[in-house]
Write a protein that binds this ligand. Structure first.
Ligand code: URA
Length: 386
């Protein structure tokens, strides 16, 4: 099977099952799977191979049944970025408009942050919810954000960990099947996928992002799930704050209608697509409802309800850190803020992990105080390091 893929021949479903299920059950070894994944990275996969692989992933574990919900359940996913706190903002907006959101999120790895780490920076916030608790909370308040269950798509967990250390993360078929298997197993009726492109993202070019969007939509159709995609920039960080507690505070500012700009715009775009799917209305109508929910503070109230229901204590959320200011060493115009460099800086301050088990410092991070295009005088503060 490895040789067949290396010779660029199409594999059958049975062959894919043999190697992937064999890997799940430890019959296929890491070194064999590594060679096979690299052959996929180099020679790609056909659409029918991608559909088969997604299905094998889904069938490796449980599928959450949310059909008891009175409203449609809409999920979202971002392919990962720097300063991406959109879930914290979008989930309550959408739920405040009567469309349920049940979202399983991940932790950060590498340079990109994870929603679960951000939520865990709120004292006492619980992220490991059982299936029964997820279902009850979905019915009671219409919004749940929990960590990925161990029983959902265990094959992806195993394969992803290997991809991470064998330079096989950026294969479009592998990314598409990894994301979509988890989303389909999470039981939502509709899904919005935010594909990040740029220096701080897994996907570096618009062409690759367009191919991924295309495949993701085809997989959704195959499972009769409505899928919409957005492609958004990740050359610069999303918003001003990078780091767990800092990002929670920034999300609260957006929900309190205090902040506009690229973060606000991206959230509006994702939320409008979700509400449009959930209520069968146009994205234009949905956008009006989304803006109004923020203006009337309904989205913020839903956020408070979500945090309280999952045990979090916002009163105790405070940043305990020394702050260092980075000053401009010359005058000029700010031309670029490189997402990857800022992510490395934030990680070196303690906001990210080097290995899966490392502890992070929720207080650490970076606040950018200038925007691209700003005129800068020597001595101006460019960033605060926490
Ligand atoms: N996110 C995932 O869940 N899987 C990938 O392969 C890439 C991003």
């Amino acid at each position: 099977i490895i040789r067949k893929k290396a010779c660029n021949l199409e594999l059958t479903r049975e062959e894919l099952e043999t190697i992937f299920n064999g890997y799940l059950h430890d019959e296929v070894k890491d070194y064999q799977m590594s060679a096979f994944l690299m052959a996929i990275c180099i020679n790609d996969m056909s659409d029918s191979e991608i559909f088969a692989l997604t299905d094998i992933f889904i069938k490796s574990g449980d599928v959450l049944d949310l059909s008891f919900m009175p409203s449609k359940v809409i999920d979202k996913h971002s392919t990962g970025g720097v300063g991406d706190k959109t879930t914290l903002i979008v989930a309550p907006i959408v739920a405040s408009l009567g469309v349920a959101v049940v979202k399983m999120s991940g932790r950060g790895l590498g340079y990109t942050g994870g929603t679960i780490d951000k939520l865990e920076s709120i004292p006492n916030f619980k992220v490991d919810l059982s299936e029964d608790v997820i279902k009850k909370q979905a019915l009671d308040i219409g919004v749940v954000v929990t960590s990925q269950s161990e029983d959902l798509v265990p094959l992806d967990k195993k394969v992803y960990a290997l991809r991470d250390v064998t330079a096989t993360t950026n294969s479009i078929p592998l990314i598409a099947s990894s994301i979509m298997s988890k989303k389909i197993a999470s039981g939502a009726d509709g899904i919005v996928i935010d594909i990040k492109v740029g220096s701080g993202a897994l996907i570096k070019t618009r062409k690759e992002a367009e191919r991924l969007a295309n495949i993701i939509i085809k997989i959704g159709n195959y499972y009769q799930k409505e899928v919409r995609t957005i492609i958004s920039d990740m050359n610069t960080p999303l918003g001003r704050c990078i780091g767990n507690k800092l990002e929670v505070f920034e999300a609260i500012d957006v929900l309190q209608n205090k902040v506009k700009g690229p973060l606000y715009d991206t959230c509006l775009e994702i939320a409008s697509k979700m509400v449009s799917m959930g209520k069968n209305i146009s994205e234009k109508e949905a956008l009006k409802e989304v803006v109004s929910s923020i203006e009337r503070k309904e989205a913020y109230k839903k956020f408070l309800q979500l945090v309280k229901y999952q045990g979090g204590d916002l009163e105790k959320l405070e940043i305990k850190a020394r702050v260092y200011n980075i000053k401009a060493n010359k005058s000029g115009v700010l031309k670029n803020i490189d997402a990857l460099e800022i992510a490395k800086l934030s990680k070196s301050l303690g906001a990210g992990r080097n290995s899966k088990d490392e502890e992070i410092d929720y207080n650490a991070g970076v606040v950018l105080t200038k925007e691209i295009g700003d005129k800068i005088s020597e001595g101006d503060i460019l960033a605060n390091l926490y």
